[in-house]
Design a protein around this ligand. Structure first.
Ligand SMILES: Nc1ncnc2c1ncn2[C@@H]1O[C@H](COP(=O)(O)OP(=O)(O)OP(=O)(O)O)[C@@H](O)[C@H]1O
Ligand SMILES: [Mg+2]
Length: 217
């Protein structure tokens, strides 16, 4: 295993309209590591994931992916390797299949139905009608489509924003196991936002606890 970090956050700070949300958040992640992000609602957990993905720029501090500042990465290249599953699992108009391969298509890649079936089995969403309308799926099914869509890209860093909040415990455990199994296959690291202390304890090797800066000041 390589000793060089896959992801480094160095004193990352963020504010919106003069209100500070993140102050000096630092973190080092190596491949095979899973880190939990916890903290009260509004403390900046989703903001932090967006900064890692370079969807937002911090007011100060640096994020390095594979030892290179994310600002120096081509954004598309970066987001193929550092893949986010957002808090709200958005489906695009169209079939379940189209939604699953959406991320791959953006990056000029494809998957056949066999590959889709394998990944759907992994996230406990098989059998499912691949030709069905994705917008008709339940919240928990959408979450699993969103996770499968991300995993199909074989990310190096997977950013999960409360990925199992709409799942029953059994499905949540199955999804966690799949992600754990894929850590070494993909040589990946995972950053997971979770409110669930049990999940953080059983699933992560380190935890970053953010505080609510706006309420404190
Ligand atoms: N684009 C934005 N413009 C202005 N303010 C924003 C923006 N994004 C987030 N904020 C504010 O930053 C703070 C942190 O938001 P964020 O969504 O990161 O919190 P969170 O920890 O993910 O909360 P939750 O647990 O409810 O999902 C909130 O006060 C939010 O209103
Ligand atoms: Mg959030």
């Amino acid at each position: 295993m390589s000793d060089s970090p896959i992801l480094e956050l160095e004193k990352v700070s963020m504010s919106f309209d003069g209100k500070q949300v993140l102050r000096d958040v630092s973190l080092i992640l190596h491949q095979n590591e899973t880190c939990g992000i916890t903290g009260p609602s509004g403390c900046g957990k989703s903001t932090l994931l967006r900064i890692v993905n370079d969807l937002l720029s911090p007011i100060s501090g640096t994020v390095r992916f594979q030892e290179k500042d994310v600002k120096e990465w081509d954004p598309q290249e970066l987001r193929r390797r550092v893949v986010m599953v957002p808090q709200e699992a958005k489906m695009f108009p169209g079939t379940v299949r189209a939604n699953l391969v959406w991320g791959l298509r953006v990056h000029g890649m494809a998957a056949d139905d066999e590959q889709l079936k394998t990944i759907l089995q992994e996230v406990q969403l098989w059998p499912i009608d691949l030709d069905g309308n994705a917008e008709n799926l339940s919240g928990g099914q959408k979450q699993r489509v969103a996770i499968a869509r991300a995993l199909l890209l074989k990310p190096k860093v997977l950013l999960l924003d409360e990925p199992t909040s709409a799942l029953d415990t059994e499905s949540a455990l199955a999804v966690e196991k799949t992600i754990n199994d894929l850590l070494s296959d993909y040589k990946m690291a995972v950053l997971i936002v979770t409110h669930n202390k049990e999940q953080a304890k059983r699933f992560t090797s380190k935890i970053v606890e953010l505080e609510n800066l706006t309420e404190a000041s």
